[in-house]
Design a protein around this ligand. Sequence first.
Ligand code: FCB
Length: 478
Amino acid sequence: MSIQTTTAPDALRLDLPTSFVWGAATAAYQIEGAADAGGRTPSIWDTYSHTPGKVQNGDTGDVADDHYHRFREDVATMKELGLQTYRFSIAWPRITSQVTADSLGPVNEEGIDFYSRLIDELLAAGIAPAATLYHWDLPQALEDAGGWPARATAERFAEYAGVVAARLGDRLGTFITLNEPWCSAYLGYGSGVHAPGRTNHADVLAAVHHLNLAHGLATTAIRAERPDATVGLTLNLAWVNPATDAPADVAAAQRIDGLQNRVFLDPVLTGSYPQDIVEATASVSDWSFVKDGDLELIRQPLDVLGVNYYSPTVVRAYDGVGEREEADGHGASTASPWPACADIEFPQLPGPYTEMGWSIDARGLTELLVRMHREHPGLQLMVTENGAAFPDRVETDGSIQDLDRIEYLRDHVQAVSDAVAAGAPVRGYYVWSLLDNFEWGYGYSKRFGIVHVDYETQERTKKASAHWYADLITAQQA
Ligand code: FCB
């Protein structure tokens, strides 16, 4: 396939080590389907998506990309693209389908078998598997017992992580404990635009802590089974900028930085919670869910920090006049995801935008990676998600000429290379996503794939961006 020279891989000036790996990412609920197959029990996303009015168009993950039945075909596609690594997630409700707050229950062998076959298929194709253990599909039974605001959820998660390490860790070298715990806590329990759809700011902060605790306990559990495993955590770090230099705007940016970035980074990497955030949220919560010894449990050596980046964040102080803007692109809700932030607003950013309405600015990716390197020298970094939704059109010849996606990816890949040139130890890049899939509250209306999926026929078609990415990987290996 011929593509415009402006978007050709050789138009990039990349300065990356030969060890740099290229991959694609997906998540279980977004692609697997087969919601009732193989002994799987409901997760919070089954319940949420089946609740009228929650997901656009009433879409659910019941069928999705039917990847559960088509994984061999999908791995073959990955091989054709030349992917070196594939980041997928393991559905907890497939592995310990009878879990309760008190007990993990038996291991569901059919669930283990599915991921075992997937891993074998990947290895046979020469693709290194990297598994996320939690990409938002909490077993519904645990939500019924309190969900992430309850401590037992973290304890059961660690036991589940230990099971996966014991049963799959012989062939699975890389574990990402959690994907974007900010979304689990703030969108799941704050604004309610994600499952389980609750709206309580005290619960948001309790969820933050128990997600951090879950990461720490799971890291220990994985290492107990597999001392050589690579264990990471993926965060959606925000590149936060104040709208102006006014002290009130700068302070607002500092608070959002604390609530999105530092409440996760600090406990994991330095063993403390940011004092400014504990103080700023004092009217919401007394943080008594943090028990003696928890911070030592959370602060475990981290082999790699996964960074997901899509769009920049700009904040300003809200003076109470006019309607407060909350254009932070996480779905419409009358409730704010942010505890103790009624005096902060998120102004609409200048374009260009992706189809999500997210402003495009690749500099943020460089800035975040360089910041992590500056603040946490020696910490290994990986871009575990980056990509864009655009209104793709299938041409009469069946092709999808998604030049806007190619341009987005090209600029962000260049941004990664710029960070590496500035000294940041970035080990690889995963495009989000391999396939068009269930985009949470937006259902199937937003397409992030480099491979198009026809949801009527389940036919997969590589978009121009997939061909571009394959050419890029080839060029990088030459
Ligand atoms: C991230 C999620 C991923 C996908 C992309 C677009 O926040 O981790 O599942 O929805 O956004």
